[in-house]
Each structure stands twice: as C-alpha cells, then as structure tokens.
Design a protein around this ligand. Structure first.
Ligand code: ADP
Ligand code: MG
Length: 731
C-alpha cells in the first residue's frame, strides 16, 4: 500500500521528485529504485535505523561484537591482493586520538575510490578482534565541513536504505531540505488523531527523519502504522458494508437431509459444533450473504459442521461447493461425503487436477426415511441433536419435506427441479472452464492455504453465494482482525469427547533406536504410525536433512514384519490415493511421508507420529502435523527428533512439548517469526506494511478497527440521508 494514496490531501506532495533542486535524471532513477517517485514517497522513506551521533564512542573503549559508531581520521589505506589477484581486501586505518581501528572490505576493491587519506569518517560496525582492533564491512560516512554538518552530526541521524550510487549523506540532506521547504504545505488527513495522542502528520514526519530523541521515532512510526491499519480496516469494512446491501438466497433448509445425516453419524455433535451450526443456520436464512470464518483446532470436527451447512443449502434447492488445498484431502472429503450423502439422494462431483469423478445419489435412505413410520425414528426423538441446532423461531416444515419425491429434491417453494449437487475439489474448481449452477454456498477448507483472490474467484461462480471458510491454524488476533476482518468468526473450542490427549516428546537424534523400539511396540498393539521427513530427495540446496525416499527404503528393510507406505508430493495422484487408501484401511501400518500429510488427513487408528529433523519445520506446521494423531480413543504420541542448535528452534520445539493450545502456539509463532513471514500473509492479498508490524501492534490494529467502524458508520448515515433527500426532492 502506498501511503501516498491515503494522503490524497497532500496535493503538492504528489509532485515528482524531479521538481526538487538537485534531483536530476540520474538521481531520480536511483530514487525510483527505492520506490521513491513523488515528494510524499520521499518523505515517507523510512530510515532503516538511527544513529545517536551526540555520543560517538572512542575507539579505545570499543568492546567485542557490540555495534557502535566511532569517528576518526583516515591515517592509512590500501588494497592487498591474493589468490593470484582474484581476491582482495581493502583496508583503511582510522585514528581518533584514543586508538586505531582497522576497517576491512573483502573483494570490494572499488571501495578504495570512496576514501582519501586525511578524511574524517564515521564508522558503524562491530569489532571482531581487539588486537588489532578490526571491523569488517562497516557502514561509513565521510564527515564534511560546512553548515550542513548540523544535519548529519551531533544529533540522532537517520540511516536510510540506499541503492547503488546513492550516498547516505546526499539523501539525508535532500530529505532535510524537502521537509523544511514543504512542511507548511503538509496537511493532516486525520486531524482527529491528535485526540488519540498521535503526533500530527507534520510532527510525525519530522520525528521519523530527525527525532530529537531516539524514542520520538517510535511515536512517528505508530502514527504511520495506524494509518496503514486504518486504510486496511476502512477497505475491509466498506467491502463488508457493500456486501450487506446485497441479497442472498435463503438456505436454511427444512432439515430433512441434516436430520438423516446426523442420525447416521454414530456420534453426537459437541456443544461447540452445535453452537456454530446455530450461527450458520441463522446466517443462511438472514437474507444477506453469510461471510463466516470457522476456526477450530485440528481434530475439533469442522468437517461435520461443513457437511451440515452444505446439507441445509442442498435442502433449499441450491448446490454447494467444498474446496480443499490438496488432492488427498479433497479425495478424503469426497469419500466421506459420498458415504454420508449418497443415501440421501445427493449427487457428488469431485474435481481435482487429475480429473473428475462423480457419485450419483441413490436416495435409498431418504426413501426409507420418508415412509411414514420409519421416519419417526429420527424425527420425533425428544432432545435429538437435530432439534438442538434449530433456531427457535422456525421449526422445520416436516410435512412438506415428507411429501417430496426422494431424488428430485425440489425445495418447498419449487425453486429447483434437478438433483442437488455437491461439488468437491481442489483449485481445479476455480478454473474458468468449470461451471457450477445454482450455487448457494461456498466452503473452503484449510482456508489459510488459499489466497483471497482464489476465494473471490470461486465465489464469483455463483450469484452472491454464502461463504464459510474453515481453518485449523489459529490466527493471532492482530492478523485475524485484519485478514479476516470482513468475516464473522466462530470458534470450535472443544474437542469431541473420548479423545486421549497427545503426549509430545522432543529427542536428540542419538535416541532414535529407542524411539523406533517404542514405535514397534505400538505397531504390535495394532496402532499405525506416521513418520515424517522434511525432504523428498537427498542433496540439493539448503540445510542437510533426511529425505523421505531414502529413509523409506531403510525402514522397509528394517521393519519387515510391518507394511510400509510412501507418500510425497512428487508421486502421481493415483499412487498417492492408493497408499492413503491402504493406510486408511489399515493394510499399511507405517506411512513414511513429507509434510504433505499436514492438512486434514483423518485416520483415527494412527496414534504415533515421528518427525525427524523437526527443527526444519515451522511451529504452526508441526502443530498441524501433530493434529493427524490424537483422533481416536487410544493414547497418542508425537516424537520430535531434532538436533536444534538455534534458540528459536529450541523454543519452537519446547512450545510444542508444553502446549497443545493452537492459539498459544500461534502467538509464539508470530513472536518468533515476526511480520513478513506469517502463515498466509503473502498469499492473503494483504499489502506489505511499511510501518505497521502485526507481531507487536495489536493495540494499534484494534484502535484502527474502532476508528474505521465510526467512520464507516458516519458515511453510511450520510449516504442514507442523501438518498432520503434525493427521494424527497423527487417527490
Ligand atoms: P478437523 O476439525 O481437523 O477438520 P475433522 O472434521 O476431520 O476435524 O474431525 C476429526 C475426527 O473427529 C473425525 O474422525 C470426525 O469424524 C470425528 N468427529 C467429529 N465430530 C465428532 C463428535 N462430535 N464426536 C466424536 N467424533 C467426532
Ligand atoms: Mg479438516
């Protein structure tokens, strides 16, 4: 996002930088490489760091490995070449009266042209040796005399990101002069922010570049970060408001499918599932399109909720679509839903990258069920779970549903004549060539694996369909408010009963023999296991790690009494499907896989998971993978084998050992990774933030949200009044 856009009032600041004295074609080109084309962009060029030049250190007092600024005179310089002249080191020796400092640049012989003996130089870097005092590749700035020195010295000086050929000093001078010249013409787009304790735009710009104290810079950053969050919130809330003005199909259904489905399920919905379904039913009948995010930790039972939402829509005479990020998961959904829905007379179609399959609903069950007498088994059981998800006002019109012919599935008001269809698939569903008619609801499973653009494209296949997106990746609140700010959020905060908690252990790789002994014992008891490796094949770039193909062969050789299966992303879909089927049915006991199994796969008898090179996986990813176990009645074990060397890796693994709470894990993940590398942020369609930082700006995000709500509220009121006035004047 360019802040220039959110500063439309800064008219004059939209002038091109070429209007500034001293900016010719060459400088303009260099600035353009830094995305600086207008004066506003120049003024919003954020310093990379600040240097407090009111107190430079003395060379004699420098400590090892501490980043410090010193100033001194160049007393000697020269280039040494070695390796037959192919390599070189350029060195200057600086003296500040207290001691000498050797500054070295390796293989950058052109550095020589920047210095002359006798130059006064500022140097920022870390000592890596004390005898002699040496610093490699420091940042430097030549001190020049003249009145301009007050811009660069004896103050907190901004250090900007640069591009080749653009001197720090020149850019700092340009920004200084531009601020001075244009400060009276800077208007504040949000003067009301003063009440909230933010500095004005002008004051913020001053402290952004030339803070009086290092702490002032944070106030400036907060102001601009707030504007970034505000722009995002305004955008989200306006979109939401416009959507509210549109009318959607009423898809509450008449309960005839849902009832059958729940009765056959074999378990009762948890309270959390029931609560979410009530909210969904309420959305589906409300008239405006549903936009709901369903968050529920792995294994909390989101699929069943999705099934009910789809069935309500199908009952209403509209079709539904369920999109999942991988073929394995789409096929798994297709299998489950076929089993559940075929007897109800629902037609199912699966579409993935490798083709299409369909399943014609037979409608037997429904037929049986609507024969008076047999239906009553389900319909009138007091306190049955179907009753629980009814909204109070409307009871299902059982009479009308019983009159229906089983497979025609005409809705009570006769909207549709054909068999209701559920489309299931991967991204292949989005392709232009694929059409779906009478689309009532779009459900996206593992939503964080998709981008906003994909979600929108799928929605456009229908006329304002309802939307339910599901994710097991808990989103830290800051991100949730922004990424999903246009969605209502439901949380399944309860796991189905009868589950044993997963016990997680972190072990060093020298404990592997013991780990395998343990796995063997569990397999003998009849359980199944996942064994995960970070790579498909050995070699290649990056850190060394075990590869799944080689390890699979070893495991096969060593564990001859068990059936072993291999699963990774480079296999053909049929092969993947086949091995998954064999694992699901229990023929395969050990599934050796990559992180491909991360999403959605559901095999309750698999209770052991071994992850090797666990340090190479992200925290959220490990949590997702671990969610593949702990789905049945047997105790589950997750063993993370890692030789974690960095603090971050150790903290990640320790977090997993200590907690199974997805939200806690997400917060730690965000704190460890910081912004820019967040699950889904790149894909999310969110613009990169220049000032804001999702990992630490929750209060700002919340404030921006409240602020945006007020603004949108005022605009809505205004637009309503204008319409009224217009109507009055017409009358
Ligand atoms: P996720 O939320 O991770 O998508 P699933 O929908 O795959 O979870 O459900 C995990 C497992 O729990 C499935 O085997 C599912 O059939 C089962 N399940 C779902 N709801 C319940 C429930 N209320 N009681 C018992 N088991 C349930
Ligand atoms: Mg799932």
């Amino acid at each position: 996002m360019s802040l220039v856009k959110s500063h439309p009032q800064l008219g004059v600041l939209d002038l091109l930088v070429t209007n500034l004295r001293g900016v010719g074609t060459e400088r303009a080109e260099q600035l353009a490489r830094l995305e600086i084309r207008t004066i506003a962009e120049l003024l919003l060029h954020k310093p990379r760091r600040y240097e407090d030049r009111r107190r430079v250190s003395r060379i004699a007092e420098l400590d090892l490995m501490q980043a410090r600024t010193v100033a001194g005179k160049v007393v000697a310089m020269g280039t040494k070449r070695y390796s037959q002249g192919r390599k070189s080191v350029f060195e200057i020796i600086l003296d500040d009266g207290s001691a000498r400092l050797h500054c070295r640049w390796w293989n950058l012989p052109f550095m020589q042209k920047y210095f002359t003996q006798g130059d006064e130089v500022l140097v920022f870097g870390k000592l890596h040796s004390l005898r002699p005092r040496e610093v490699d590749h420091p940042e430097t700035e030549i001190i020049e005399g003249g009145e301009e020195s007050s811009i660069h010295l004896n103050r907190v000086a901004p250090i900007y990101p640069l591009t080749e050929g653009l001197p720090q000093r020149w850019l700092r001078g340009l920004i200084w002069r531009t601020l001075g010249e244009f400060s009276t013409r800077i208007t504040d787009p949000w003067p009301e922010l003063a009440k909230e304790g933010f500095p004005s735009t002008e004051a913020a710009l001053r402290s952004l570049h030339f803070p009086e104290e290092p702490a002032d810079e944070e106030k400036a950053r907060a102001r601009f970060a707030f504007e970034e969050f505000l722009a995002l919130q305004l955008d989200i809330q306006e979109r939401r408001w416009r959507l509210r003005q549109r009318e959607a199909h009423s898809c509450r259904g008449d309960n005839r499918f849902v009832k059958q489905f729940l009765a056959k399920l074999g378990f009762r919905l948890t309270q959390a599932q029931t609560r979410v379904l009530k909210a969904i039913r309420h959305d589906l009948e409300a008239g405006e399109p549903m936009r709901r995010l369903l968050q529920g930790d792995v294994g909390s039972g989101k699929t069943v909720v999705a099934a009910c939402a789809l069935l309500m829509t199908l009952e209403s005479g509209y079709n539904g679509v369920l999109m999942a990020p991988t073929e394995i998961l789409a096929s798994q959904h297709f299998e489950n839903f076929s089993r559940w829905l075929e007897p109800l007379g629902v037609q199912l179609r699966l579409r993935t990258g490798s083709g299409e399959r369909s399943c014609r609903g037979t409608g037997e069950e429904l037929e049986a069920a609507i024969i008076p007498g047999s239906a009553s088994n389900f319909s009138s059981a007091p306190g049955s779970q179907t009753d629980e998800i009814q909204t109070a006002e409307k009871k299902p019109d059982v009479a009308s549903s019983q009159r229906l012919p089983p497979s025609a599935a005409t809705s009570p008001d006769g909207r549709a004549e054909t068999q209701p269809t559920l489309f299931i698939g991967t991204h292949a569903l989005i392709e232009d060539s694929f059409e779906m008619d009478r689309l009532g609801i779009v459900i996206i499973d593992e939503q964080h694996k998709f981008g906003v653009a994909q979600r929108e494209k799928l929605l456009r296949k229908g006329k304002c369909p309802h939307l339910l997106v599901m994710t097991a990746t808990p989103i830290p609140r800051t991100l949730g408010l922004t990424l999903y700010g246009d969605l209502d959020v439901s949380v399944i905060d309860q796991l189905p009963g009868g589950r044993c908690p997963i016990r997680t252990f972190v072990r060093q790789s020298d404990k592997l023999p013991k780990v395998w002994e343990f796995i063997r014992a569990k397999l003998k008891e009849g359980r199944q296991a996942y064994v995960i490796y970070p790579r498909v094949e050995e070699g290649g770039a990056g850190r060394p790690a075990k590869a799944v193909i080689a390890e699979f062969q070893k495991i096969q050789k060593h564990l001859t009494s068990f059936e072993t299966g291999l699963l990774h992303g480079r296999m053909k879909s049929e092969e993947k499907e086949k091995v998954m089927e064999r694992f699901r049915s229990g023929t395969v006991q050990i599934l050796v896989a990559t992180s491909l199994i991360e999403v959605g796969v559901d095999v309750p008898n698999a209770t052991v998971m071994l992850v090797e090179n666990a340090e190479q996986f992200g925290l959220a990813q490990l949590h997702q993978m671990r969610g593949r176990i702990g789905r049945g009645a047997h105790e589950s074990f997750c063993i993370l084998v890692a030789d974690a060397r960095t603090d971050d890796a150790q903290r990640r693994l320790k977090t997993l050992e200590e907690t199974a709470d997805g939200f806690k894990i997400a917060e730690v993940d965000l704190a460890l990774r910081g912004t820019g590398d967040l699950t889904g942020q790149q894909q999310s369609g969110l613009p990169p933030l220049r000032f804001g930082d999702f990992s630490r700006d929750l209060p700002l995000v919340e404030k921006a949200r409240v602020f945006a709500t007020e603004i949108i509220g005022r605009r809505m009121k205004l637009s309503a009044q204008t319409t009224q006035t217009a109507e009055a004047s017409v009358a």
